[in-house]
Write a protein that binds this ligand. Structure first.
Ligand code: F6P
Length: 541
């Protein structure tokens, strides 16, 4: 069936389904959880609280097939240049392949070089962790500062926090913002003699990273002398010539390749600080977890393929039901930066308005993504999720077991809250129930009538719950790969390029032009009155 008529059918089916509240779908089908939840080892993804039924899934699967999802997936995994605007392969999956795999890019197997960089990272990480690699004054490194931004920061920072129970190396710090406050606050309590700086930038041109790197360099040189700089710096980049020009010795430079997108790069040498923190073995488990999801994604039939189903439910929520946002709610404090990480992964990948051939997309694409860890979010923005005028599909992420057996009572509370939220969103509370509750509390009839409407929850609000046994390196790798492939599935159905990011360029160009105006070196005459007014106000402040 042609894609246009499938979209129409999907819309029509979604409109029909709206008439049936989720709670009635559960009442009508005792097997609903079993039918709409899927497992991969200890990972369980429960779609049963999404507004879907068998017919919706069948239509979505038709849509995926009509969009050529399987062929595009296979093209990505085999190294074809599916990032058409940049003429690049998209091969972050190769970074977590077993060593004996082979993936060809332009006829050359990339796996030997992937393995070589991984081995060099492991040697370096072990030397730092063991105290064999010393700073200029002969002391081991107690602290590592990673300087990078976007994909060169969000992934390693998020993963380091997530794997805190496995961190047994030097302390890790992440500096990303060009706001001098970030590097100033970070360096304030560090000792240059025991600090290693890793400059992470795919392009090695990003102004924030280059500015922070220069400041860190001056900090080391100022305290220990210019000749000490080499011993305190390492770099991760695809632009080895530019790293050399910065003055970092080639034995301390870890490369990766243009077929690794920034937001997909935590598996590459960009993960070096993670490896320094948790050690090469735990890092290997992290890669293995992602590979397990890659295997599932590439081999499971579409109707039982978890990332495919997650993508289809995402498209359904966005396009058939018209929800403009989604909330990511990890009930796991160590995943506090996961929403920020997923904002880049999802919104930089799928925030696109033209298809691969440059023609406008005809349906809404990537939704707004936001979130916070539970239970904190409950005491902040969940009010809107429960009673606001927009429906926001939620994604709950939680581990059945925590890492602190002595604090099991905390974990039980965390789990109870997580399950309670998806239940509350789904079932809501009717006016009759609210009224009965107020009456039972002994309120006067007038008070009951006054308060009851405020205590109504419309319910019928969809969510997905992702449950795993424990947040291990393996489980984390698998979880991130699940989200990567979900983004891929959605992008493939929308027919967009999920692997470029032209939308970040205009602001960068304008910032470059504005800098001399801010410094008073150039007139702002050609600017609009708002920009001119703001420039003047800054000068006068
Ligand atoms: O690693 P680099 O080249 O410094 O880029 C950092 C980030 O900047 C971006 O290009 C967007 O500005 C991201 O895609 C990327 O992750």
């Amino acid at each position: 069936m042609p894609t246009a008529s499938l979209w129409l059918k999907l819309k029509a089916h979604a409109d029909a389904l709206r008439a049936t509240p989720l709670s009635r779908m559960f009442a009508a089908d005792p097997q609903r959880f079993d039918r709409f939840s899927f497992r991969l080892d200890d990972l369980l993804v429960d779609f049963s609280k999404s507004r879907i039924d068998g017919a919706a899934l069948a239509l979505l699967l038709d849509l995926a097939r009509a969009a050529g999802l399987e062929a595009r997936r296979d093209a990505m995994l085999s190294g074809r240049p599916i990032n058409a605007t940049e003429r690049r392969a998209v091969l972050h999956t190769a970074l977590r392949n077993p060593p004996d795999a082979s993936v060809l890019v332009d006829g050359a197997d990339v796996m030997p070089t992937v393995g070589a960089v991984l081995a060099a990272m492991a040697d370096f990480a072990e030397a730092v962790r063991a105290g064999d690699l010393l700073g200029a004054t002969g002391q081991p490194f107690s602290d590592v500062v990673n300087i990078g931004i976007g994909g060169s920061d969000l992934g390693p920072d998020m993963v380091t926090r997530a794997l805190f129970p496995y961190c047994d190396g030097p302390r890790l710090h992440y500096v990303s913002n060009v706001d001098g406050a970030h590097i100033a606050d970070t360096l304030k309590d560090l000792d240059p003699a025991t600090t290693l700086v890793v400059v992470a930038s795919k392009t090695f041109t990003t102004v924030e990273t280059m500015t922070n790197a220069a400041t860190a360099r001056a900090w080391i040189a100022g305290a220990l002398g210019e000749e000490a700089v080499g011993a305190h710096f390492a770099a991760v980049s695809t632009a080895l010539d530019k790293v050399a020009a910065f003055g970092i010795d080639e034995t301390r430079v870890f490369g990766f390749w243009d077929w690794v997108g920034g937001r997909y790069s935590v598996w590459s040498a960009i993960g070096l600080p993670v490896m320094i923190a948790v050690g090469p073995d735990a890092f290997a488990d992290f890669l293995d977890g992602a590979h397990a999801m890659d295997e599932h994604f590439s081999t499971a039939p579409l109707e039982a393929n978890i990332p495919v189903l997650m993508g289809l439910v995402g498209v359904w929520n966005r396009d058939a039901l018209g929800y403009p946002a989604r909330a990511v709610l990890p009930y796991d404090q160590r995943l506090a930066r996961l929403p920020a990480y997923l904002q880049q992964l999802d919104m930089e990948s799928n925030g696109k308005r033209v298809r691969l051939d440059g023609s406008p997309v005809e349906v809404p694409t990537g939704p707004l993504v936001f979130g916070e860890p539970g239970t904190n979010g409950q005491h902040a923005f969940f009010q809107l999720l429960h009673q606001g005028t927009d429906v926001v599909p939620c994604e709950f992420i939680v581990a059945a077991q925590g890492h602190e057996p002595e604090l099991a009572h905390h974990h039980a509370l965390l789990l109870a809250n997580c399950l309670a939220q998806s239940e509350a969103l789904m079932r809501g509370r009717t006016l009759e129930e609210a009224t009965a509750q107020l009456e039972a509390a002994g309120l006067a009839a007038e008070e009951v009538a006054r308060l009851a409407p405020h205590k109504v929850f419309p319910g019928d609000r969809p969510s997905v719950t992702i449950l795993h046994r424990r947040l291990t390196p393996f489980a984390l790798g698998r979880l991130i790969a699940l989200y990567e492939h979900r983004v891929f599935v959605e992008g493939a159905i929308w027919g967009i390029n999920s692997f470029d990011q032209w939308g970040v360029e205009l602001g960068k160009e304008l910032a470059t032009a504005l800098l001399p105006m801010l410094r008073g070196e150039r007139e702002a005459g050609n600017k609009d009155s708002s920009t001119r007014g703001l420039l003047a106000a800054i000068r006068d402040a």
